[in-house]
Design a protein around this ligand. Structure first.
Ligand SMILES: *[C@@H]1O[C@H](CO)[C@@H](O)[C@H](O)[C@H]1NC(C)=O
Ligand SMILES: *[C@@H]1O[C@H](CO)[C@@H](O)[C@H](O)[C@H]1NC(C)=O
Ligand SMILES: *[C@@H]1O[C@H](CO)[C@@H](O)[C@H](O)[C@H]1NC(C)=O
Ligand SMILES: *[C@@H]1O[C@H](CO)[C@@H](O)[C@H](O)[C@H]1NC(C)=O
Length: 504
């Protein structure tokens, strides 16, 4: 560093003093010592400066450290203060919480007070009657969920104390509703949700089933241990003979199944005729086999307006299955519903009256009942059977006209199942075959026509694209003779009758 410095200074001087040669030497010498001195002093200054710098740095860092230290101590102090504050806050929070709860209690008391003095004694959506508030839920739930829902609303499932109360409740509901009565703890010992026994309250159920018995009747048709929960409400389906809902049968006459179904009535205690009521009206008819716990057939009408047949056929997404544990159904209870869940047999609910054959949303909903349901192989249900259902609805809406009203589509359909040898959960029979047939007036050929379909209830390979071949009504009856009961006559006069036209 130094030599470079020196040369530079020298050269510099040289350049400055050019042209004055006499003074140049002495000057140069002096300059050198000066240079040295300067250099030396500069070095000294540099050295001293370095020391100073170090000193300054040291002081700086020390100062910094001290301030850090002070800050640290401050923080420590603050922290302990904060901790004290924290416990403070906790206490404050608790006090606030208690105040809040107290206010809530006061508010509720006020609310009650206001209600007891106003014309609207119950909250929105609740119905007042005789000093109580009632809520009629439209949501389909199990008894257990209903019980919990009520609890969450600070209420409980209804406890019926008088006949008057029951009459009021019945007048308010269309569909069955759970009540706060069960014999979950001890079979046959009916207890209200407030732990009072049925005997203690002295309440009797004045609403009777078709059998003449009212709730709690410990319905045993499905679950051998009997029903465990009680409901109140319109019985959805009625165990009346088919003459009550003859409109669903061709020429108002139900099929003849020797020994089982004759003259529109069951001939055997193991078979029940059900007129399927939903939303206050009969929607279709079912012959139910209580031994096998599956329907024998469902009978229904396909209807639509001729000019609008394509759009008026109402279709429901098959995935949108409604919960079918509507408790009004005489043969339904949770156990049965559960029978269709978690099975290893690749079956699901096959609806004999499929929702895609129903004319509107309400009828469609009515088909989601277990008495219209058989365990059907999943791949068959969504495969060939589904394709057949879709094709037949097209066919019927295109060809079948009401012989008494040319502007209407009308076809009478029967869909059934033949019991098989296997059971679902050792309780519900898995049918071996399923069949369908329809009878209607073909407006083009001006004649009564019928068609039938028959298929085994077995797994199918989607890739095979299985088709169910169309057969004649007579062929179907022969198959039923062979596989099930002799002498079955599905439609009156094999789907034939005199036609009287009404042209207007
Ligand atoms: C502790 O809380 C009091 C108020 O309760 C407040 O004035 C004080 O600054 C808080 N102290 C700290 C360290 O947060
Ligand atoms: C009914 O609901 C209440 C809560 O509201 C609950 O304590 C009780 O255990 C429930 N009863 C049954 C049988 O699930
Ligand atoms: C009913 O009795 C059970 C025990 O048997 C008890 O846990 C429950 O709290 C009681 N419920 C009422 C509403 O008294
Ligand atoms: C209805 O009659 C027409 C004309 O004879 C015929 O083409 C059609 O296939 C018939 N429909 C059915 C479903 O039999």
């Amino acid at each position: 560093m130094d030599p470079v410095y020196e040369n530079a200074a020298y050269n510099h001087s040289t350049a400055e003093f050019r042209g004055d040669s006499t003074q140049q030497k002495g000057l140069t010498l002096r300059k050198r010592s000066k240079v040295l001195l300067i250099v030396l002093s500069v070095s000294v200054v540099i050295a001293v400066g370095g020391l100073c710098l170090l000193g300054v740095l040291y002081l700086n860092i020390r100062g910094h450290f001290e301030s850090l230290n002070a800050q640290h101590e401050m923080l420590l102090m603050q922290l302990s203060a904060q901790e004290i504050n924290n416990t403070d806050y906790k206490e404050q929070l608790e006090t606030l919480n208690n105040q809040y709860k107290e206010s809530l209690r006061k508010l509720r008391r006020l609310d009650d007070l206001i209600r007891s003095h106003s014309c609207e004694p119950c909250a929105d959506g609740w119905t007042a009657y005789d000093g109580n508030c009632y809520f009629f839920s439209c949501e389909m739930q199990t008894w257990f969920d209903s019980n919990l829902t009520c609890g969450a609303l600070d209420a409980h499932l209804v406890i019926i104390e008088t006949e008057k109360e029951q009459v009021f409740l019945r007048s308010k509901i269309k569909d069955p509703h759970w009540i706060g009565l069960n014999d979950l703890d001890t079979e046959g010992r009916w207890v209200w949700v407030n732990n009072q026994t049925l005997e203690e309250t002295g309440v009797e159920f004045w609403q009777k089933r078709a059998s003449g018995q009212g709730e709690p009747d410990n319905w045993k048709e499905e679950d051998p241990s009997g029903e465990n929960c009680a409901y109140l409400g319109a019985v959805n389906s009625e165990l009346v003979d088919f003459s009550e809902c003859s409109e669903f049968f061709f020429n108002r006459q139900s099929p003849v199944i020797p020994g089982i179904l004759e003259k529109s009535d069951s001939q055997n205690n193991n078979y029940q005729t059900i007129c399927q009521k939903y939303d206050g009206m009969y929607r279709f008819a079912t012959l139910y086999d209580t031994t096998h716990r599956i329907p024998v057939f469902s009978a229904y009408k396909v209807t639509a307006d001729v000019w609008n047949s394509e759009t008026s056929v109402w279709m429901e997404e098959p995935k949108l299955e409604l919960p079918s544990d509507e408790m009004g159904m005489p043969y339904e209870n949770q156990a049965t519903d559960e029978d269709y869940i978690d099975n290893n047999l690749n079956v699901n609910r096959g609806h004999l009256f499929p929702s895609c054959h129903s004319g509107d949303k309400v009828i469609s909903r009515s088909t989601y009942t277990l008495t219209n349901t058989v365990p059907q192989k999943k791949s068959f249900n969504s495969g060939s059977w589904n394709r057949m259902e879709m094709e037949t609805i097209m066919l019927m809406t295109k060809n079948c006209h009401d012989s008494e009203d040319q502007n209407k589509v009308l076809a009478h359909v029967l869909t059934g199942a033949v019991p098989g040898n296997n059971k679902l959960n050792e309780r519900v029979n898995i049918p071996s075959f399923m069949w369908m047939t329809f009878c209607c007036y073909n407006i083009s050929s001006q004649s009564w026509i019928s068609q039938a379909y028959w298929a085994p209830n077995q797994d199918e390979n989607e890739a095979d694209d299985v088709t169910i071949n169309e057969i004649t009504l007579q062929e179907l009856q022969i198959l039923l003779d062979e596989e099930w009961v002799n002498g079955v006559q599905l439609f009156y006069s094999n789907c034939n009758k005199e036609v009287i036209f009404h042209w207007n």
